[in-house]
Design a protein around this ligand. Sequence first.
Ligand SMILES: Cc1cc2nc3c(=O)[nH]c(=O)nc-3n(C[C@H](O)[C@H](O)[C@H](O)COP(=O)(O)O)c2cc1C
Length: 219
Amino acid sequence: MEKLLYITANPKGLEKSKGLKIGEAFLESFHRVRPDVSIKKVDLFSLDFPQMDADLVSARGKLAGYGYTLDQLLDIEREKITKMHDLANEFISYDYYVFVSPMWNLNSPAILKAYIDNLFIAGKTFAHTANGPKGLLMNKKAIHLQTRGGQYTGTPMEALESGDRYLKIALRFLGIEVAESVITEGFDINPLKVPEILAQGQENARLAAIDFAPTPVTA
Ligand SMILES: Cc1cc2nc3c(=O)[nH]c(=O)nc-3n(C[C@H](O)[C@H](O)[C@H](O)COP(=O)(O)O)c2cc1C
Protein backbone atom coordinates (compact mmCIF):
# COMPACT_ATOMS: atom_id res chain seq x y z
CA MET A 1 0.00 0.00 0.00
CA GLU A 2 1.33 3.46 -0.88
CA LYS A 3 1.65 6.04 1.87
CA LEU A 4 1.40 9.82 2.08
CA LEU A 5 3.08 11.89 4.79
CA TYR A 6 1.30 15.19 5.54
CA ILE A 7 3.77 17.52 7.24
CA THR A 8 2.54 20.78 8.73
CA ALA A 9 4.62 23.61 10.16
CA ASN A 10 2.10 25.97 11.69
CA PRO A 11 1.51 26.42 15.44
CA LYS A 12 -1.87 28.16 15.01
CA GLY A 13 -3.96 25.02 14.59
CA LEU A 14 -6.70 24.26 12.08
CA GLU A 15 -9.19 26.72 13.59
CA LYS A 16 -6.99 29.77 13.01
CA SER A 17 -4.69 28.81 10.14
CA LYS A 18 -5.74 29.45 6.59
CA GLY A 19 -2.95 27.24 5.32
CA LEU A 20 -4.08 24.26 7.39
CA LYS A 21 -7.63 24.68 6.02
CA ILE A 22 -6.18 24.68 2.51
CA GLY A 23 -4.19 21.58 3.44
CA GLU A 24 -7.35 19.78 4.61
CA ALA A 25 -9.03 20.60 1.28
CA PHE A 26 -6.03 19.07 -0.50
CA LEU A 27 -6.17 15.91 1.64
CA GLU A 28 -9.93 15.40 1.19
CA SER A 29 -9.58 15.75 -2.57
CA PHE A 30 -6.54 13.47 -2.66
CA HIS A 31 -8.34 10.84 -0.61
CA ARG A 32 -11.29 10.89 -3.03
CA VAL A 33 -8.95 10.22 -5.99
CA ARG A 34 -6.64 7.80 -4.20
CA PRO A 35 -8.51 6.08 -1.34
CA ASP A 36 -5.93 3.31 -1.61
CA VAL A 37 -3.16 5.57 -0.23
CA SER A 38 -2.82 5.73 3.57
CA ILE A 39 -2.26 9.15 5.13
CA LYS A 40 -0.22 10.05 8.21
CA LYS A 41 -0.20 13.56 9.66
CA VAL A 42 2.84 15.08 11.35
CA ASP A 43 2.66 18.45 13.12
CA LEU A 44 6.26 19.63 13.38
CA PHE A 45 5.41 21.85 16.35
CA SER A 46 4.41 18.71 18.30
CA LEU A 47 7.09 16.37 16.99
CA ASP A 48 10.12 15.56 19.12
CA PHE A 49 13.06 15.40 16.73
CA PRO A 50 16.81 16.16 16.91
CA GLN A 51 18.18 19.65 16.30
CA MET A 52 21.49 20.13 14.53
CA ASP A 53 23.37 20.92 17.75
CA ALA A 54 27.02 20.35 18.76
CA ASP A 55 26.48 16.61 19.47
CA LEU A 56 24.77 15.95 16.17
CA VAL A 57 27.27 17.98 14.14
CA SER A 58 30.09 16.12 15.85
CA ALA A 59 28.48 12.68 15.29
CA ARG A 60 27.76 13.52 11.68
CA GLY A 61 31.37 14.58 11.09
CA LYS A 62 32.83 11.49 12.77
CA LEU A 63 30.62 9.06 10.81
CA ALA A 64 30.79 10.73 7.41
CA GLY A 65 34.22 12.34 7.51
CA TYR A 66 36.37 10.10 9.70
CA GLY A 67 34.88 6.65 9.17
CA TYR A 68 33.85 6.10 12.79
CA THR A 69 31.34 3.38 13.55
CA LEU A 70 28.29 4.05 15.75
CA ASP A 71 30.02 2.22 18.63
CA GLN A 72 32.87 4.72 18.58
CA LEU A 73 30.63 7.75 19.15
CA LEU A 74 29.96 9.29 22.55
CA ASP A 75 26.71 7.98 24.06
CA ILE A 76 24.92 11.30 23.57
CA GLU A 77 26.12 11.54 19.95
CA ARG A 78 24.96 7.98 19.22
CA GLU A 79 21.59 8.63 20.82
CA LYS A 80 20.95 11.77 18.76
CA ILE A 81 22.22 10.46 15.43
CA THR A 82 20.20 7.26 15.89
CA LYS A 83 17.07 9.40 16.34
CA MET A 84 18.04 11.37 13.23
CA HIS A 85 18.46 8.18 11.18
CA ASP A 86 15.17 6.80 12.55
CA LEU A 87 13.39 9.97 11.44
CA ALA A 88 14.99 9.78 7.99
CA ASN A 89 14.12 6.07 7.66
CA GLU A 90 10.50 6.83 8.55
CA PHE A 91 10.45 9.64 5.97
CA ILE A 92 11.94 7.37 3.29
CA SER A 93 9.19 4.79 3.86
CA TYR A 94 6.60 7.16 2.30
CA ASP A 95 5.74 7.63 -1.38
CA TYR A 96 4.11 11.06 -1.23
CA TYR A 97 4.80 14.15 0.85
CA VAL A 98 2.58 17.17 1.38
CA PHE A 99 4.20 20.12 3.17
CA VAL A 100 1.98 22.89 4.53
CA SER A 101 3.60 26.06 5.85
CA PRO A 102 3.10 29.81 6.05
CA MET A 103 5.65 32.33 4.83
CA TRP A 104 7.46 33.72 7.83
CA ASN A 105 9.97 36.51 7.31
CA LEU A 106 10.46 35.65 3.64
CA ASN A 107 11.09 31.98 4.49
CA SER A 108 9.32 29.08 6.20
CA PRO A 109 9.05 28.62 9.98
CA ALA A 110 12.53 27.61 11.19
CA ILE A 111 11.17 24.28 12.44
CA LEU A 112 10.66 23.15 8.85
CA LYS A 113 14.36 23.77 8.05
CA ALA A 114 15.29 21.93 11.26
CA TYR A 115 13.22 18.94 10.10
CA ILE A 116 14.77 18.98 6.61
CA ASP A 117 18.23 19.02 8.25
CA ASN A 118 17.45 15.54 9.58
CA LEU A 119 16.88 14.22 6.07
CA PHE A 120 20.22 15.13 4.53
CA ILE A 121 22.23 11.97 5.19
CA ALA A 122 25.00 11.02 2.75
CA GLY A 123 24.70 7.39 1.71
CA LYS A 124 21.04 7.23 2.78
CA THR A 125 19.11 10.05 1.08
CA PHE A 126 21.80 11.29 -1.30
CA ALA A 127 25.18 10.10 -2.53
CA HIS A 128 28.39 11.85 -3.51
CA THR A 129 29.31 10.67 -7.01
CA ALA A 130 32.02 11.58 -9.52
CA ASN A 131 29.43 13.83 -11.16
CA GLY A 132 28.43 15.56 -7.96
CA PRO A 133 25.67 14.82 -5.45
CA LYS A 134 22.83 12.52 -6.49
CA GLY A 135 19.47 12.18 -4.75
CA LEU A 136 18.54 8.66 -3.72
CA LEU A 137 14.83 9.17 -3.01
CA MET A 138 13.49 8.08 -6.38
CA ASN A 139 9.85 7.32 -7.27
CA LYS A 140 8.54 9.74 -4.68
CA LYS A 141 6.56 12.91 -5.12
CA ALA A 142 6.07 16.05 -3.01
CA ILE A 143 4.07 19.24 -3.03
CA HIS A 144 4.20 22.40 -0.93
CA LEU A 145 1.14 24.42 0.07
CA GLN A 146 2.21 27.87 1.24
CA THR A 147 0.21 30.83 2.59
CA ARG A 148 1.50 34.41 2.49
CA GLY A 149 0.31 37.66 3.98
CA GLY A 150 1.65 39.80 1.14
CA GLN A 151 1.61 39.58 -2.62
CA TYR A 152 4.81 38.22 -4.15
CA THR A 153 3.81 36.53 -7.40
CA GLY A 154 4.23 38.90 -10.32
CA THR A 155 5.74 41.67 -8.16
CA PRO A 156 9.35 42.75 -7.42
CA MET A 157 8.93 40.90 -4.07
CA GLU A 158 8.92 37.57 -5.91
CA ALA A 159 12.73 37.31 -5.89
CA LEU A 160 12.81 37.66 -2.09
CA GLU A 161 10.72 34.55 -1.41
CA SER A 162 12.99 31.90 0.06
CA GLY A 163 10.74 29.37 1.82
CA ASP A 164 8.97 27.69 -1.06
CA ARG A 165 12.11 28.01 -3.17
CA TYR A 166 14.36 26.35 -0.57
CA LEU A 167 11.94 23.53 0.16
CA LYS A 168 11.64 22.61 -3.51
CA ILE A 169 15.44 22.79 -3.99
CA ALA A 170 16.03 20.58 -0.93
CA LEU A 171 13.46 17.96 -1.96
CA ARG A 172 14.75 17.84 -5.54
CA PHE A 173 18.31 17.52 -4.22
CA LEU A 174 17.17 14.33 -2.46
CA GLY A 175 15.77 12.96 -5.74
CA ILE A 176 12.09 13.60 -5.02
CA GLU A 177 9.83 14.75 -7.86
CA VAL A 178 8.27 18.06 -6.82
CA ALA A 179 4.92 19.25 -8.14
CA GLU A 180 4.06 22.90 -8.66
CA SER A 181 3.32 24.51 -5.29
CA VAL A 182 -0.09 25.80 -4.29
CA ILE A 183 0.60 29.39 -3.24
CA THR A 184 -2.19 31.36 -1.60
CA GLU A 185 -1.17 34.93 -0.96
CA GLY A 186 -2.32 38.41 -0.06
CA PHE A 187 -4.23 37.45 3.09
CA ASP A 188 -2.91 40.24 5.29
CA ILE A 189 -2.96 43.04 2.74
CA ASN A 190 -6.57 42.24 1.81
CA PRO A 191 -8.29 41.62 5.16
CA LEU A 192 -11.78 42.05 3.70
CA LYS A 193 -11.08 39.46 1.04
CA VAL A 194 -9.82 36.69 3.35
CA PRO A 195 -12.83 34.37 2.83
CA GLU A 196 -12.57 34.79 -0.93
CA ILE A 197 -8.80 34.21 -1.03
CA LEU A 198 -9.16 31.20 1.27
CA ALA A 199 -11.93 29.66 -0.87
CA GLN A 200 -9.81 30.10 -4.00
CA GLY A 201 -6.79 28.58 -2.22
CA GLN A 202 -8.89 25.57 -1.18
CA GLU A 203 -10.18 25.13 -4.71
CA ASN A 204 -6.63 25.35 -6.13
CA ALA A 205 -5.54 22.77 -3.57
CA ARG A 206 -8.40 20.40 -4.50
CA LEU A 207 -7.42 20.61 -8.17
CA ALA A 208 -3.72 20.20 -7.39
CA ALA A 209 -4.53 17.06 -5.39
CA ILE A 210 -6.27 15.52 -8.39
CA ASP A 211 -3.19 16.16 -10.55
CA PHE A 212 -0.76 15.15 -7.81
CA ALA A 213 -1.20 11.41 -7.89
CA PRO A 214 -3.54 10.13 -10.57
CA THR A 215 -1.65 6.83 -10.64
CA PRO A 216 0.79 5.11 -8.27
CA VAL A 217 4.15 6.87 -8.26
CA THR A 218 6.00 3.63 -8.95
CA ALA A 219 3.80 2.65 -11.92
C1 LIG B 1 6.32 35.48 12.32
C2 LIG B 1 5.58 35.83 11.04
C3 LIG B 1 6.29 36.29 9.95
C4 LIG B 1 5.62 36.58 8.75
N1 LIG B 1 6.35 36.99 7.67
C5 LIG B 1 5.72 37.19 6.48
C6 LIG B 1 6.46 37.53 5.32
O1 LIG B 1 7.69 37.64 5.30
N2 LIG B 1 5.77 37.72 4.16
C7 LIG B 1 4.42 37.59 4.09
O2 LIG B 1 3.86 37.75 3.02
N3 LIG B 1 3.70 37.26 5.17
C8 LIG B 1 4.31 37.05 6.36
N4 LIG B 1 3.58 36.68 7.47
C9 LIG B 1 2.12 36.55 7.33
C10 LIG B 1 1.66 35.14 7.08
O3 LIG B 1 2.40 34.52 6.05
C11 LIG B 1 0.20 35.19 6.67
O4 LIG B 1 -0.56 35.73 7.73
C12 LIG B 1 -0.38 33.85 6.27
O5 LIG B 1 -1.68 34.03 5.81
C13 LIG B 1 -0.40 32.91 7.44
O6 LIG B 1 -1.05 31.70 7.06
P1 LIG B 1 -1.78 30.82 8.18
O7 LIG B 1 -3.13 31.45 8.46
O8 LIG B 1 -1.88 29.47 7.59
O9 LIG B 1 -0.90 30.85 9.41
C14 LIG B 1 4.22 36.42 8.68
C15 LIG B 1 3.51 35.96 9.80
C16 LIG B 1 4.18 35.66 10.97
C17 LIG B 1 3.40 35.13 12.15
